[in-house]
Design a protein around this ligand. Structure first.
Ligand code: B1M
Length: 208
């Protein structure tokens, strides 16, 4: 019994204590953090999205599922982020303006930390000015996340604002999030697109 089904069900039910219990059990049983993440937790969030889309669940259910997922991620964090690595660079991350989804961004942050990067997390609903401030402070790589087709446009707006501020050549810009594609990234003039957190690490490494 690998406990992945229990984790999957507990997240869909939005049951935080049960999620925590089974994630702990899976780790004790020797499952890797990435297995638990990919085959249990992310699959559950995809199902939550599907149930929402078909109208079987609503925002409150999606919110409690996200809370359960986040509690599980707290337990996986030490496995994804190895401590004691000397920072090899700093990455500024944020979910773009108008968008409250942060689980994917947080995961990207954890994986980058695991690869030795220091993270400056600007949080959710980040206005273009905040990204600009971070570049003015000397940071040379930013990552933007968007989960809504409506807020993807704010990636474009942010890049335009950075260009208008005369800072575009000082920074590498990486974008990602479920509705974002490589073609969209190219269209808005980003330096790269990553489909998931581990691709984000490879991409950042290649850009720096
Ligand atoms: Co929202 N939501 N949501 N939601 N939500 C989606 C995104 C949706 C697809 C659900 C659906 O209908 N199937 C849909 C968007 C439809 C669309 O735009 N096409 C949707 C909607 C409609 C909404 C609201 C508008 C609902 C409403 O109010 N009527 C509302 C919007 C609020 C707002 O942002 N203004 C809303 C709200 C919420 C909650 C707050 C309840 C909650 C978020 C809680 C939180 O994040 N703290 C929530 C959730 C949980 C979801 C789903 C179910 C799960 C998202 C998630 O965490 N996935 C989602 C459905 C889905 O994605 N299947 C859905 C797990 C996470 C690990 O994956 O974020 O994709 P993801 O990140 C991946 C990659 O995308 C990538 O790497 C990550 C790891 O592999 N990645 C990057 C992400 N960022 C990256 C950045 C990079 C590189 C890679 O470089 C910088």
């Amino acid at each position: 019994m690998d406990h992945l089904d229990e984790i999957y069900d507990a997240i869909i039910d939005g049951d935080t204590p049960t999620t925590v219990k089974w994630v702990e059990a899976a780790l004790e049983a020797g499952l890797s953090a990435s297995e638990i993440l990919e085959d249990g937790m992310i699959m559950a969030m995809d199902e939550v999205g599907r149930l929402f889309e078909e109208g079987s669940i609503f925002v409150p259910e999606m919110l409690v599922a996200a809370r359960a997922m986040k509690a599980g991620l707290v337990l996986l964090r030490p496995y994804l982020v190895k401590s004691g690595i000397k920072p090899v660079g700093t990455v500024v991350l944020g979910t773009v303006a108008g968008d409250m989804h942060d689980i994917g961004k947080n995961l990207v942050g954890m994986m980058l930390e695991g690869a030795g990067y220091e993270i400056i997390d600007l949080g959710i609903d980040v206005a273009p000015e905040k990204f600009i401030e971070a570049i003015e402070e000397g940071n040379n790589i930013i990552g933007m996340s968007a989960l809504l087709t409506t807020t993807m446009a704010n990636m474009d707006k942010t890049i335009k604002a950075i260009t208008e501020a005369g800072l575009r050549d000082r920074v590498k810009i990486v974008v990602g999030g479920a509705p974002v594609t490589a073609a969209f990234a190219q269209q808005i003039g980003a330096d790269g697109y990553a489909a998931d957190a581990s691709q984000a690490v490879t991409l950042v490494k290649s850009l720096l």
